[in-house]
Design a protein. Structure first.
Length: 564
């Protein structure tokens, strides 16, 4: 960071704007941003981009970022959403440095601002219904027309507005509108609604209010009261900026600069809170924190790390044009992060028994395993080995196809960290023909998985000692949708038509290393040859549960390699 004007290196157009402000001394060199979620659902990966941007800019310029809830719609807001959002922002690694703020903190001041506009003749109480207001508003090609109540005098509007606050009118019977321009080319400027009547308890103010401000009116006032310098919004608010500016100019209060950037769109998922809520309410997922959901809590439960999400948000950058990011890039970021930090362990998801006939019965030994070859400081551990093991059923073939380098009759393979073994025969269930046991011999001179005589084998298998194995449940998660863009459903179809029926597979008879039974919820491991897995929040020593975070196959790395 440069000491001159507190500027930083420009990595996007927003920082270029702020650097320009620093050069001119605007805002006295201060930078104050805010992250303003509405508590009507859980945060998703798109919000993570906004969080990283707002808190990141504040950090770059040695400023501050407020966490403020836009709680202006009590019908859709819940305290549970507030709690989850606070937890998500903290988990991502950001600190707002002071108390959490709420739009409801400013309800009285907003009311005073509305009264001020009424007195100036800039706002009026309208008796039109919602449908009538939409009809009078006009279209993109046709101007709107004035409400028959637009000409009310300030005194009458003040009286009606006060009676609205006192609860004298039913929901939907009256609204307060700004008096701007019904012929404006920007529909948002055609006398927008500022307040509506809602006889609904608020999660913070209870029954203290029965009128609530609209977002477009409240947002700028909140920013102004908090001294925000740069109000960073997603691109859909660009057409609302003239209204943001109009309210602040008419009120004559501190005027932050609104800057818009492109929101995050991600393949194989949906980002609409309304659609995510439908997935929850219709039972397509187990809840907001279902590991298949793009919510931050869902990604956390699946095993994603804050570092991987921050890295992803940095890689996609900040743009002014909407685009869609390939899910493979997000998956690549989590693989890179977990490859550096995850402990390597052994687990068998579809076990078949292996008996080593020439290994002494009753004998057990400990073999040494490297915890993470990418991190020497992770050290080593000892794992038990015995005469009876479990391997993956798919790692054995009686009649192996070409280029199958795993276990087969007469073939020798390496058991990771242990010995070479050679298959002698397979034992089958006479009634079903299913293989129940594979009988092998081992070479005691290959301890550690290496041959003293220099001979080599093509295959290396993971395994678990049968007497020491712990039973575990494993959930194999995949992408929630089968189509890249489930929002583009086409006529007669909806996004739920593209739900992936294989997005979650439950395996109840898996075998894992004994130490994994005590894994704490949230701990992530690399199951050798299988992928990365996270201990679920429901896991326990008596019932270990693991969620697959991501497989080992990295399609994005291949895309990058081809592009280079």
């Amino acid at each position: 960071m440069s000491d001159i004007n507190n500027k930083v290196e420009s990595t996007d157009f927003i920082r270029e704007i702020i650097n320009g402000d620093m050069e001119t001394g605007k805002n006295g060199g201060r930078v104050i941003t805010r992250f303003p979620p509405e508590p009507n659902g859980y945060l998703h990966i798109g919000h993570a981009k906004a969080i990283c941007l707002n808190f990141g800019i504040a950090s770059d310029y040695k400023g501050s970022c407020n966490l403020r809830f836009d709680d202006t719609n009590p019908v859709k807001e819940e305290e549970d959403y507030v709690r989850s959002i606070i937890e998500d922002v903290k988990w991502l690694g950001f600190d707002w440095g002071k108390e959490v703020l709420f739009a409801s903190d400013y309800f009285e001041f907003m009311y005073e601002c509305a009264v001020n506009l009424i007195k100036k003749g800039k706002a009026y109480v309208d008796d039109l219904t919602g449908d009538e207001i939409r009809e009078y508003r006009g279209t993109l090609t046709e101007p709107g027309k004035d409400s028959p109540h637009r000409g009310r005098k300030p005194e009458e509007n003040l009286e009606l507005f006060e009676r609205m606050r006192k609860g004298e009118f039913p929901d939907g019977s009256r609204v307060l509108r700004a008096r701007i321009d019904m012929s404006s080319g920007n529909i948002n400027m055609r006398d927008p609604v500022m307040y509506r009547i809602m006889h609904a308890p608020h999660h913070r103010t209870g029954d203290g209010w029965c009128i609530y401000p609209m977002y477009d009116f409240a947002h700028g006032i909140e920013d102004s009261v908090e001294g925000i310098t740069h109000s960073i919004c997603t691109l859909e608010f660009e057409n609302h900026r003239p209204l943001y500016d109009w309210f602040l100019d008419e009120l004559g209060i501190h005027h932050p600069q609104q800057i818009e950037f492109a929101r995050l769109n991600l393949t194989y998922t949906v980002m609409s809170k309304r659609k995510l809520l439908r997935l929850v309410e219709d039972g397509h997922v187990s809840g907001w924190d279902d590991p298949r959901m793009p919510t931050i809590s869902g990604l956390r439960r699946r095993g994603y790390t804050p570092g991987a999400i921050r890295d992803f948000c940095e890689r996609i950058g900040v743009a002014k044009t909407n685009s869609t990011v390939d899910m493979a890039l997000l998956e690549h970021c989590i693989r890179e992060d977990l490859n550096r930090r995850a402990m390597r362990v052994m687990a068998v998801l579809d076990p078949v028994k292996v008996v080593i006939e020439n290994y002494p019965e009753g004998r057990e030994e400990l073999v040494e395993a490297v915890n993470n070859p990418e991190d020497p400081s992770a050290g080593k551990r000892e794992i038990p080995f015995s005469r009876t093991l479990y391997i993956e059923r798919e790692d054995f073939r009686e009649d192996p196809p070409k280029k199958f380098f795993r276990l087969a009759p007469g073939r020798e393979v390496r058991l990771k960290h242990a010995y070479y073994v050679k298959c002698r025969e397979a034992v089958k269930d006479p009634s079903t023909g299913e293989i129940t046991e594979i009988r092998c011999t081992y070479d005691p001179d290959t301890r550690g998985g290496w041959s003293a005589d220099g001979r080599k084998v093509m295959g290396t298998l993971h395994w678990v000692s049968a007497p020491h194995a712990r039973n575990a449940r494993v959930r194999l998660y995949d992408r929630l949708f089968t189509e890249e863009n489930p929002d583009s459903a086409g006529e007669g179809r909806t996004f739920t038509d593209f739900l992936n029926p294989e997005s979650c597979r439950n395996l109840d008879s898996c075998k894992v290393e004994p130490a994994l039974a005590s894994a704490a919820p949230g701990n992530v491991f690399q199951f050798l040859r299988l992928g990365y897995f996270c201990a679920d929040m429901e896991t326990s020593e008596t019932d270990p549960v693991f969620n697959r975070t991501i497989s080992l196959k990295d399609t994005w790395a291949k895309i990058e390699k081809k592009s280079r």
